[in-house]
Write a protein that binds this ligand. Structure first.
Ligand code: UP6
Length: 248
């Protein structure tokens, strides 16, 4: 299998956010994205502080933060990202027409366009629905990790065509390999569990780098639910980096 290294990908990517992400990977020797699926501002900041040194990006679902306040929640998080040198990725999974997505992206409570380096979007709305994500690198949802997902081979093929051809898209979320011009982000990674009883399906870092030629692993509960999130982040960072090196 002929995967491209991060060094090789830096030479070919066109988007500033993909370049930045790959530079961080090499600098920090990490392909780990921590998913901060926590419910309070305090937990979010504590997690970012603990795992920040080990990750290339922190993935958020801002709409689950119970006490969300733009100034209290986001401004300190932006500082933490600058201090520990990681990107902010809002896992919004936009799935509407372009005009609505433009508003959801830039307006409302979260003003995602102000701060998110990376955002996730479904491509179900078609090519033009992605036109308005100007400030962030778009990660297209190509295939989902959950059992029974509708993202079958034919859907993934059509979604991949949109992702490859759209200049705002830097990569995709999938459980299958993607064309090498897209960065592959793989959630559903856990070293200790096969599933969560709610449809989530887990693989190991070894599996996703070797068999899918993934570029980045996304780990949620494996890190933030662990007794020692910092130690867990370090374990996933090392497992991910070693699996990447072995996949070359
Ligand atoms: N996520 C998946 N699978 C997908 C797409 N996104 O799990 O196909 C997201 C979830 C969650 C994280 O929304 O935030 O990745 C996985 O968390 P976990 O490691 O705790 O299962």
């Amino acid at each position: 299998s002929q995967r491209l290294s991060y060094e090789q990908k830096i030479e070919t990517v066109g988007h500033s956010k993909s370049k930045k992400l790959l530079e961080l990977a090499l600098e920090k020797q990490s392909n780990l994205i921590a998913s901060a699926d926590v419910l309070t501002t305090k937990e979010l900041h504590e997690l970012a502080e603990r795992v920040g040194p080990h990750i290339v990006a922190l993935k958020t679902h801002m709409d689950i933060i119970t006490d969300f306040d733009y100034d209290q929640t986001l401004l300190p998080l932006i500082d933490l990202a600058a201090r520990h040198n990681f990107l902010l990725m809002e896992d919004r999974k936009f799935a509407d027409i372009g005009s609505t997505q433009e508003l959801q992206y830039s307006q409302g409570t979260y003003k995602i366009s102000n701060w998110a380096d990376l955002i996730t979007a479904q491509v179900i709305g078609g090519y033009q629905s992605l036109d308005f994500f100007h400030n962030s690198g778009v990660i297209a949802i190509i295939g989902m990790s959950s059992s029974g997902t509708l993202t079958d081979a034919q859907y993934r093929e059509e979604a991949t065509k949109i992702a490859v051809s759209h200049p705002n898209v830097i990569g995709g979320v999938s459980q299958h390999a993607l064309p090498s011009e897209l960065l592959l982000f793989t959630p559903g990674v856990n070293l200790e569990s096969k599933g969560d009883g709610k449809g989530q399906q887990y693989n190991t870092p070894e599996h996703v780098f070797k068999n899918l030629q993934s570029d980045f692993i996304i780990v949620g509960r494996g890190i933030f639910k662990s007794d020692n999130p910092e130690k867990a982040a370090l374990s996933y960072k090392m497992a991910g980096w070693n699996a990447y090196l072995e996949s070359l």
